[in-house]
Design a protein around this ligand. Structure first.
Ligand SMILES: Nc1ncnc2c1ncn2[C@@H]1O[C@H](COP(=O)(O)OP(=O)(O)OP(=O)(O)O)[C@@H](O)[C@H]1O
Ligand SMILES: [Mg+2]
Length: 339
């Protein structure tokens, strides 16, 4: 709908540009003809031709300047609108546009701003609903867990316990991410040795530690973090890298780079990576690149969302990048201003 409107506006602007150029060309032709009239009566035709040539050149130059100025002025609102639409396409909803004209473009800007406002409202309502549902689900899950304890051991009991555990993890992740967003959890920062931090997380994956390689890390590297929150981030990222490269024999690689006061932790895998057009959405809650993979890899698409929240809270950066030859994903965590 919006694209159609932009397309219509673009067409009308092209007509205007075409009109300006047409009027300008006709004026030039008139001036040339008028001068030809003069030339005929000039005693020295060579001077008359020179005079005519210079006048035409001046006219062309000034005309082009005026035309390009007008064209730029006409196209500017369209450029602003186009940029905002592109940003929304990338998933950035913090866009409002300021076009003060009262024509169709002004109306389009108002409609665009209203659309962003409605979208945000819808997303807030969705988040709130999810939160309420997850919160309410905790009580029956706890009851079900207690009832399960009373059941005799069997394969069915194990399978039920597994399902309940999964539900519990999902609900905890959702509530945790929402508490982080609303400032209910605030990080308690303390200098933490990077080498110990990484070793702690990798030890949690002891059953898979032949698939993880940590490159040597200077023992004096410290970052100012809330350790338990950053452990959650690293756990999620390592879990992803192992999950989404499980068909590859190569282990995932973890390295740490120091650049002035920035410390970067990098996790690299040799899996399938993430399609470039999907990358901007992976931090959205419940976003999974390939829904059909869920049966093999489990998960709800909450891990990266939680990681982003935690990193934002630390004023740190998380970046996902495909390798050039599409042979896996590199995740970098950058912590700034560390001593
Ligand atoms: N290292 C990776 N390689 C390829 N795809 C990845 C990688 N990490 C994440 N993804 C893609 O991004 C999506 C979102 O990841 P995220 O960690 O948020 O969710 P999940 O792993 O599916 O579930 P959860 O973390 O909630 O258990 C994944 O479903 C997967 O499609
Ligand atoms: Mg995950």
């Amino acid at each position: 709908m919006k694209n159609k409107l932009i397309e219509q506006k673009r067409r009308s602007i092209l007509f205007k540009i075409f009109g300006v150029i047409l009027i300008f060309t006709i004026s030039v032709i008139f001036v040339v003809l008028a001068f030809w009239g003069l030339v005929d009566e000039q005693p020295n035709p060579m001077y008359a031709h020179l005079h005519l040539l210079i006048t035409v050149i001046i006219l062309i130059i000034t005309g082009s300047i005026v035309a390009s100025f007008i064209i730029r002025k006409i196209l500017r609102p369209l450029y602003i609108l186009n940029k905002a639409v592109e940003e929304v396409g990338k998933g950035n909803l913090n866009q409002t546009i300021q076009i003060n004209s009262k024509d169709e473009l002004g109306k389009l800007a108002i409609a665009f701003n209203q659309m962003i406002f409605d979208l945000k409202k819808m997303m807030l309502a969705r988040d709130q609903l999810l939160l309420d549902v997850s919160h309410e689900l905790r009580t029956p899950i706890t009851r079900a867990k207690l009832a399960l304890e009373m059941m005799p051991d069997s394969a069915e009991k194990d399978s039920l316990a597994g399902d309940l555990k999964e539900m519990e993890i999902m609900i905890t992740e959702m509530l945790e991410s929402e508490r982080l967003k609303n400032g209910i959890i605030t990080p308690t920062l303390a200098p933490t040795k990077v080498v110990n931090l990484l070793q702690k997380v990798v030890d949690e994956f002891s059953h898979k530690n032949n698939r993880i390689v940590i490159y040597p890390i200077a023992s004096d590297l410290n970052i100012n973090i809330d350790e338990s929150l950053i452990i959650t981030v690293l756990r999620n990222l390592i879990d992803n890298s192992l999950k989404y490269s499980s068909s590859q024999p190569k282990p995932i690689e973890i390295s740490v780079i120091r650049h002035d006061q920035d410390i970067t932790i990098q996790i690299e895998d040799f899996g399938q990576g993430i399609p470039e057009d999907k990358l901007p959405f992976v931090f959205e809650p419940f976003y999974r690149v390939d829904q059909s993979r869920s049966r093999n890899t489990g998960g709800y698409g909450l891990g990266l969302h939680l990681c982003k929240r935690i990193m934002d809270l630390h004023g740190a950066e998380i970046k996902l990048q495909n390798k050039r030859d599409s042979s896996g994903l590199i995740v970098t965590l950058t912590f700034r201003n560390n001593s």
